[in-house]
Design a protein around this ligand. Sequence first.
Ligand SMILES: *Cc1c(COP(=O)(O)O)cnc(C)c1O
Length: 386
Amino acid sequence: MTDPLKAETMAAAYGVASDTQFGAVSPPLHLSTTYAFEGFERPRRYDYGRAGNPNRDMLGEALAALEGGAGAVVTSSGMAAIDLVLGQLGPADRVVAPHDCYGGTLRLLKARADKGQFRLAIVDLADAAALDAALVDSPALVMIETPSNPLMRVTDIADVARRARAAGAATMVDNTFLSPALQRPISLGADYVIHSTTKFLNGHSDVIGGAVVAARADDADALRAWANVTGVTGSPFDAWLTLRGLRTLFVRIERQQKTAGTIAAFLKRQPQVVAVHYPGLEDHPGHALAGRQQRGFGAMLSFELAGDINAIRRFCEGVRVFTLAESLGGVESLVAHPATMTHAEMGAEGRRVAGISDQVLRLSIGLEHEDDLLADIAHALLLAQD
Ligand SMILES: *Cc1c(COP(=O)(O)O)cnc(C)c1O
C-alpha cells in the first residue's frame, strides 16, 4: 500500500464504498443544505452547503489527486472557476492572458479589467518577446490555455511557468481541452489548474461545472474561503454526476483521441480540406512539444474547408452522426463553426488577429464507431462541394 494508486484507479475508485452508514458502493448524494450540530458550539465537519458539501469535496479531492495538486474547489461553471482565481487579485495587479484563449474567458477578463479590478495585458504567448515585455511589468498572474481553441496551438507550460515565476507571477493553466488524463500542468510548474468540468471530465454533456486545483495547500484554502464568500460553489448533484463521469475519463479519452487521430489523417487526404489542425499530425507546429508535455494528442481538432460560407453551411447541415453544436468533450461527436458560433463575439478583426478564418470547423470527437464518423464526414464533404 506504499505505492500511490495509479491515476486510472483514482478516477474509477475515489470514494467508492466509503459510505459508513449503509456501505453504499456508489457514493450517496447529500442534498441537505444544512447540518445538525453535535451539540452547542460543536459543529460537525459540515455546517452549511455553500461552505462545504460531501459530494463537492469528494469530486474536488479526486480532481486534486489526478492533477497532482494540494486541493481543489468545485464551482458552478468553468467561468466561475476562472473568476474565483481572478477574485484573488487587486486593482494594482496585472494579468497576462493569451490572445486566443476561450472567448468567455476573454470576455470575463476584459469586463473585470474595465471595472478596474486588475490590469490586463493580452499577448501571443508563442511570441517570446511579447511575453518578456509583459513580464517586465511584474504581473501577478499569467494564464495559459493549451492546446488553444480552435487552432490547437500548443504552449510550452514549463517554459512560460518558469519565466512567469522568475518575474514573480503565478501561472494558471486552463486544462479543459486535455484533462489530467493527458496533461498535468502542476507537474510542469503551474500554480493553478482550472477546468470547465462541463467538457471531458463530466463527459456526458449534462452538467455545467468547473474546478480550480491549486498546487499549494494555502492557495487551495484561500480559494475555498473566497468561494464561500462569493457563493460560486457547485451543486451537490452536479458534483455527484461529474464524479460518475470522471470514473470513465481515461477509457473515454483514450478511445476518443484514437478516433481523432484517424479522422485528422483522413481529413488531411481530402482535396477540399485546406488545413488540418491537430497536434498529433507530424507537420503540426506544436507536434514535438505536445509529444513532450502531453500524454496524448487529445480528441479535439479543427480543419479548414475550401469554399465560401455556403460550403460551410452545406457541411454543417450535411452531417448526420456529428451534431452541429457548441461545447466539447462529450461522448457524442460535435461540429462547430467558430466564426458564427463559439468565436462570433470576438469580431472579424479579433478572429483575423488570432488566425481563425471563416473556413475553420472544429470537431469534438466522441465515442461513435470511427467508420460511421468517417463516412459522415466524407458524405458532408461531398455535399459541401456542390
Ligand atoms: C467551456 C470552456 C470554459 C468555460 O466553461 P463553462 O463550464 O462553460 O463555464 C473555459 N475554458 C475552456 C477552454 C472551455 O472550453
